[in-house]
Design a protein around this ligand. Structure first.
Ligand code: DX5
Ligand code: ZN
Length: 217
């Protein structure tokens, strides 16, 4: 697959200091930011929406923002996120009756389109949309919280997609860190999202270097 990129998920960062935390994580060597948006309906937790992104964008003008939209009715927030300056909009297959329509709207709004699937969801559901998508995000935890246990039984989904699509951007999200990144790289994930393992590390730069050494080995 294409080269590996690493992104912190800032869900468990100090959200009272989000711009500084993001700056620190980019300086530590991250390639882009993975921003978790939760609405308390699609997942049993609540985070933030486009108003926060709008304030964050001018402070991180050159940073790629992936919005991980763990929300019901993902179509509803496309315009707001595009106007706020989001670069990629990753919605969940399970959250909409019209994935193709959602992807079209995301593209029309000028963002890249990602599709996420939860651990219980079969990977085959993404196949009809592959040609429309910029990325498929394979969850290795049930979404809603950081710091959960990595679910390695989701890895065959990544392997299945990588064997079929050599150049597809395949993301992995949930419980990923220095201890679990090897198996993610082995099956072909090339967009690595790391939350608490990275964000709560006392030396994020070292943690990123460790993970890069593993994926580039
Ligand atoms: C979970 C989020 C993930 C999570 C990753 O619903 O989508 O991005 O924050 O954090 P860790 O790596 O701690 O599982
Ligand atoms: Zn996420």
């Amino acid at each position: 697959g294409s080269c590996c990129k690493l992104a912190p998920s800032i869900l468990n960062a100090d959200l009272s200091n989000l711009a500084a935390e993001c700056q620190k994580l980019m300086e530590a060597g991250s390639d882009y930011l993975h921003l978790d948006v939760m609405d308390g309906h699609f997942v049993p937790n609540l985070t933030f929406g486009h108003p926060v992104v709008k304030c964050l964008r001018p402070k991180l003008p050159d940073v790629f923002f992936e919005m991980h939209m763990m929300v019901a009715d993902p179509e509803k927030w496309i315009e707001g996120m595009a106007d706020a300056g989001a670069d990629m909009y990753t919605f969940h297959y399970e959250a909409t009756k019209d994935p193709a329509g959602c992807i079209r709207k995301i593209r029309e709004a000028g963002m890249k389109a990602g599709m996420g699937i939860n651990p219980p969801t079969d990977v085959e559901v993404v196949l009809p949309f592959i040609d429309l998508l910029d990325c498929v995000l394979i969850m290795t935890v049930n979404p809603g919280f950081g710091g959960q246990k990595f679910m390695s039984d989701c890895l065959p989904k990544i392997e299945f997609l990588r064997q079929k699509y050599k150049h597809l951007d395949i993301g992995v999200d949930g419980g990923v860190g220095p201890k679990t990144i090897q198996e993610c790289a082995d099956v072909g994930a090339n967009l690595i999202v790391s939350g608490s393992a990275l964000v709560q590390h006392e030396n994020p730069k070292l943690c990123i270097t460790q993970m890069r050494n593993i994926i580039n080995a």
